[in-house]
Design a protein. Structure first.
Lengths: 245, 223
């Protein structure tokens, strides 16, 4: 018992030291820089268009776990759900030449991509599902990005613990061939827990990047004015913006 | 007994700090989803091969539950850990520390020789004879440097979704992402096992002199 007490004291002192380092300006800068080193290494080693693995149908998980918002009750979402999302609209806006408003029918009529991919949650679990929808690049090309656009922000209908969910990617991931606006999971319309009626698939990054309940796609030059300025709901709560780690 | 080389001493202490911080922040990450699976996917208790106990806050970095902060520390310390290991391997091969002191020869593997070495350990007789290390030491250091620590790096890379387009073959060899995650956990605890045995033997062999030698290099008995 005495030895455990000693270990606990040693551990606590060590942890207190780490926390002190994290609180200093240089410490928190270093912690932030490490994310950029990983992103740089990944981007250096991986082709822009290199694909995440795709699986055969037999690999699909029997059930696709939902996380975060799994049944939004805010705004008009419950009513939209009751109408089976017949009046759902997706806006493409911001730094684009041709802002657009699309119905689900418009989206289903675009060229589609179907991919069976693995979803990795930041918590550690994985699930495999088959997603169908148009590539984001198709929508962005139709809307014509202005040259100042550097990031694509995804606006969502769900409000989690009092804040609107949102996410963002750079243009490399926005134009990646597997980045799609999914409206189907395993051949069926998206279930509510997985983001009905539309969600993003950003296949080379962790699950929190894959914004659900998608209402708008917004091209911006900077993320600073949005949310708390870190590029996403979880990023505003301390998680890495580059979620490929 | 030969002196410890400067490269060995530097790496040893830097690596200790890295491993302790990676392990303690890793425990927080385990607490975020304390289940391990085999294969490509898994998320529910019925798919798990192990339900991991929750690690108490005093064992973890940051000392309270925060997956975001734990990940910050984990991905920062991964750099000095991985680059340090690469440096140590290059130094060991160039200065012949590996070949001279750690690599075993065929005669070391004779059952009688192994049995004699185990008996000597049980008697707490740590006379190394001619070489720097005896067989069990060579085996332990070889396993840690050659298997446990490199596997931490490889399985860590395999868990990162951004690395998968390039290192898909690695994930396949490891049996899928959830298998890689399980192996990351297993090798972390194998490393902890080595750490405990290592510290126990340092204590038994005279901690003052052992730690002093690992800092200063120690005196060469041949001199």
């Amino acid at each position: 018992m005495k030895r455990r007490g000693f270990l606990a004291v040693l551990g606590a002192a060590f942890v207190a030291g780490c926390n002190k380092v994290a609180e200093t300006n240089a410490g928190s800068k270093l912690l932030g820089a490490a994310e950029k080193w990983h992103e740089g290494a990944h981007r250096f080693l991986t082709d822009r268009k290199a694909l995440a693995p795709e699986y055969p149908r037999s690999a699909i998980s029997p059930y696709f776990r939902g996380n975060g918002s799994i049944d939004p009750q805010n705004g008009d979402y419950p009513q939209q759900a009751a109408e089976n999302f017949a009046n759902w609209r997706l806006e493409v806006r911001g730094l684009v030449e041709n802002p657009m408003t699309l119905s689900l029918d418009n989206i289903r009529r675009l060229p589609q991509r179907t991919q069976i991919t693995r979803h990795d949650c930041v918590e550690g679990w994985s699930a495999i599902g088959e997603w169908t929808g148009p590539q984001l690049s198709v929508l962005l090309d139709a809307a014509k990005l202005r040259p100042e656009a550097r990031f694509i922000v995804f606006r969502c209908a769900d409000n989690l613990n009092g804040a609107d969910y949102y996410e963002s990617v750079d243009l490399i991931d926005a134009y990646h061939p597997q980045t799609i606006v999914a409206h189907q999971l395993n051949g069926e319309p998206l279930p509510i827990r997985n983001g009905a009626p539309l969600r993003m698939r950003i296949e080379r990054q962790l699950g929190y990047k894959h914004a659900k309940y998608l209402t708008a796609i917004e091209a911006v030059a900077s993320l600073e004015e949005i949310g708390e300025g870190n590029g996403g709901y979880w990023e505003d709560r301390g998680y890495q913006w580059y979620a490929g780690i | 007994m030969k002196r410890h080389k400067l490269s060995t001493r530097l790496w040893h202490w830097i690596n200790l700090v890295c491993v302790v911080m990676l392990f303690m922040s890793g425990l927080t990450i385990s607490n975020a989803h304390p289940r391990l699976y085999w294969g490509d996917w898994g998320f529910a208790p019925e798919q798990a091969w192990l339900i991991v106990p929750r690690f108490p806050d005093w064992m973890t970095i940051p000392g309270y539950y925060s997956l975001a902060v734990a990940r910050d520390w984990h991905i920062l310390m991964a750099w000095p850990f991985a680059l340090g290991l690469l440096f140590m391997w290059m130094a060991m091969l160039l200065n012949r520390h590996f070949k001279r002191d750690i690599a075993t020869s065929r005669k070391d593997w004779k059952p009688a020789a192994i049995a004699a070495d185990i008996k000597a350990h049980l008697r707490l007789d740590f006379d190394h004879g001619q070489g720097k290390y005896n067989f069990l030491q060579k085996l332990a250091y070889g396993l840690v440097l050659g298997v446990f620590l490199p596997m931490m790096v490889f399985t860590g890379i395999a868990i990162s979704p951004g690395m998968e387009p390039t290192f898909g073959w690695l994930i396949e060899i490891l049996g899928g992402r959830q298998s890689a995650r399980s192996l990351h956990f297993i090798f972390a605890f194998a490393t902890l096992g080595f750490f405990i045995v290592h510290v126990v033997f340092v204590l038994l062999a005279g901690p003052f002199g052992q730690i002093r030698d690992m800092i200063t290099g120690g005196r060469s008995h041949e001199a």
